[in-house]
Design a protein around this ligand. Structure first.
Ligand SMILES: [Zn+2]
Length: 316
């Protein structure tokens, strides 16, 4: 199982701008609510602002999260990068051809995964981008709906994939116990009202339904190796830097059970190559590091660069 995070979404063309610093402090750990926080590390936003952001670590439960974070009104500016455009915009070149093959395969694998535990096929994909994943699911008899903050992406979801994509606020209007499966492919680490929204996912799922979450793993070998250069820190748009244990505890706080963890083996290569780029290294070294990361992860449980977490709502 693998996944390509960034290129599956649609991003607006790069514009020169100066982000107005509107930052918000987080005073309590989002998982255990402790106020006992310490500085963990800082890292640069390589995509847009080139500014430095800090990450806090909870002294009680070790959870790591970006702190302070841009306000919800200003975070959009930090998504306006041109580095993600190339793959989605053009099919020219060998790397893009490989990318498209990998991506198509990843979409099929995701659909196979969710089909393995959902007999009734009602699906909500949060952060659906231009709807390629949902489009494939729809062709495979899923009843689909998507939520997506970017208006242009929502329009493309309709025109390219005939997918109905709604603004994020519609989450709160979706009927209770109406979906068998909710998917979030590299989305949970971007969610502002984390605990409030997890309660919504739980409300929307049918009893016994599944929440499928893919996020980077802050305790992977490539995360340890690259430290502040690790590309999946992705500050400031990644608000949380999860480990498998964090996901388990977070979900348990909402009476949801983590039942399965699956690797995303392609992400280690992609993230390691990006990380090498950030630290001024060689892309081939990054490819090698991705390989090492996967080998190490095979020996140690749940330590892949990015992982898929299958979470279940109680049946009764
Ligand atoms: Zn904590």
């Amino acid at each position: 199982m693998f996944h390509v995070e960034h290129n599956t979404k649609y991003y607006k063309p790069f514009k020169l701008f100066h982000v107005k610093h509107q930052l918000k402090n987080i005073n309590n750990c989002p998982i255990c609510n402790s106020k006992n926080l310490s500085f963990w590390r800082s890292a640069i936003d390589h995509n847009v602002s080139q500014d430095e952001f800090k990450i806090s670590q909870c002294s009680n439960c070790n959870f790591k999260f970006t702190n302070p974070i841009p306000t919800e009104n200003t975070i959009g500016e930090y998504y306006k990068s041109d580095t993600y455009i190339s793959h989605s915009a053009t099919k020219k070149g060998v790397i893009n051809k490989i990318y498209h093959v990998v991506r198509t395969r990843a979409i099929k694998q995701k659909e196979t995964l969710i089909s393995s535990f959902s007999s009734n096929k009602t699906l909500l994909d949060i952060g659906c981008g231009t709807g390629d994943f949902l489009g494939y699911c729809k062709k495979n008899n899923w009843n689909t709906i998507g939520l997506e903050p970017d208006e242009d992406a929502r329009k493309l979801a309709k025109s390219n994939n005939n997918i109905q994509a709604l603004p994020l606020d519609e989450l709160y209007t979706i009927k209770s116990e109406s979906k068998d499966t909710i998917t979030m492919w590299h989305v949970l680490e971007h969610v502002y009202n984390l605990n409030q929204d997890i309660e919504e996912y739980k409300r929307i799922l049918k009893p016994g339904g599944h929440l499928v979450v893919a996020v980077p793993n802050c305790s992977s070998h490539d995360a340890d190796h690259y430290k502040e250069h690790w590309a999946a820190l992705d500050l400031p748009i990644h608000l949380y830097h999860f480990t498998p244990n964090d996901i388990k505890r977070l979900m348990e706080n909402h009476q949801l059970e983590l039942i399965k963890v699956l690797p995303m083996k392609f992400d280690s290569y992609y993230i390691s190559m990006m990380s090498e780029k950030y630290k001024g290294g060689n892309i081939l070294t990054g490819f090698w590091r991705g390989f090492i990361s996967n080998i190490k992860a095979k020996k140690t449980k749940n330590t892949y660069s990015s992982q898929i977490y299958v979470i279940q709502k109680p049946k009764t």
